[in-house]
Design a protein around this ligand. Structure first.
Ligand code: ATP
Ligand code: MG
Length: 309
């Protein structure tokens, strides 16, 4: 017969274990967009960070298999509020939403996707010279707060019509003289006979956090951030391999700073070396051209998966 003591102990152990979870609050709750433009890239970022999500048992919430993280799928507009209220500890959302909603959250990191701008657009045939064009006009937008702030800054008074979507058709149906909306390629504006005339805000997806995170959550966030930064760094850098005659190595090495300095290995063919290094995407094409001028041959460029410096 199993001793009652055993049950008592195992029960206590369970309670203790749960209490530990409660007292350390050892899960980081992240809010991401449920569906829409930021959803796929947000899930991909988690995946690239080695965080595997359990397949949607329920569409609102899931958890990670291998990281102390719970994932909440929400409308992007609601994410700043949930993070302020600590329903979620952190969230991924567009800067545009964070500024519009004006909630008490801290910005942790820009994430490099979901890039767009909040712009003013008017009919293609309008003679727009400067913001004074907007004086006493009607402006349709889903961003009344940012629009008002922009108008005040420019000392223009105009009537703001807050609408909930399809802003770009407002001028065409006579609802407004101008719009303030998000633009990325500009093709939606073009198709609706509009032109972009002012940029109010440049935006991208950012990681936000509750301002009063407990140290347990902050620690998990730090572990997560370490991975996010390694993934982002890797995306911005490429691994490059090339062959070069030994006589030209000094000038080639000068072009390739690498993480510390390039690796140089002798080729089987005498007088030649293979040079390996890491290149930043920003000056990538420029350096490739100069490497060729310096006698580099057989240049290979490969993606880097993670980069820890
Ligand atoms: P939700 O149902 O979550 O409220 P939504 O329709 O408000 O979604 P989306 O259109 O999915 O929002 O856009 C989400 C975010 O993607 C925007 O807030 C913005 O940060 C970013 N974004 C990037 N490019 C664009 C674009 N061209 N138009 C609109 N949003 C863009
Ligand atoms: Mg929304």
């Amino acid at each position: 017969m199993v001793s009652p003591l055993f049950f008592a102990h195992s029960h206590e152990w369970k309670i203790l274990n749960n209490m530990e979870n409660i007292s350390t609050g050892s899960v980081l709750k992240i809010a991401i967009q449920k569906s829409g433009r930021l959803h796929d890239d947000s899930v991909k970022l988690l995946k690239d960070c080695g965080i595997d999500l359990k397949n949607g048992v329920n569409k609102l919430r899931t958890e990670a298999d291998n990281f102390p993280m719970e994932i909440y799928f929400l409308r992007d507009d609601d994410i700043p509020q949930y993070v302020e209220d600590e329903v979620a500890h952190i969230g991924i959302v567009g800067e545009n939403i964070v500024h519009e909603k004006n909630k008490q959250v801290a910005v942790v990191e820009q994430l490099g996707f979901g890039k767009c701008r909040l712009s003013v657009a008017v009919g293609r045939n309008e003679k727009y010279e400067n913001v004074n064009f907007l004086q006493n006009k009607k402006i349709a937008t889903t961003y009344p707060v940012l629009t008002r702030r922009f108008l005040e800054k420019n000392k223009v008074s105009a009537e703001i019509h807050e609408i909930s979507g399809s802003v770009e058709i407002a001028p065409g149906i006579g609802l407004a003289d101008a719009i303030v909306d998000l633009v990325s390629s500009g093709s939606t504006l073009f198709m609706n006979g509009l032109k972009e005339v002012e940029t109010i805000l440049d935006s991208q997806a950012i990681l936000i956090k509750n301002k009063n995170l407990r140290s347990e959550q902050q620690q998990i966030l730090d572990r997560f951030l370490f991975r996010v930064r390694a993934v982002r760094k890797a995306k911005n850098n490429k691994y490059i391999l090339l062959n070069a005659p030994n006589g030209r190595l000094p000038e080639i090495i000068r072009l390739l700073p690498g993480m510390k300095s390039p690796t140089v290995l002798p080729l089987a063919e005498p007088g030649w070396s293979s040079v390996h290094s890491v290149l930043n995407e920003d000056d990538f094409w420029d350096i490739i051209a100069r490497l060729k001028e310096s006698g580099a041959q057989g240049i290979l460029v490969v993606p880097i998966e993670k980069m820890i410096i």
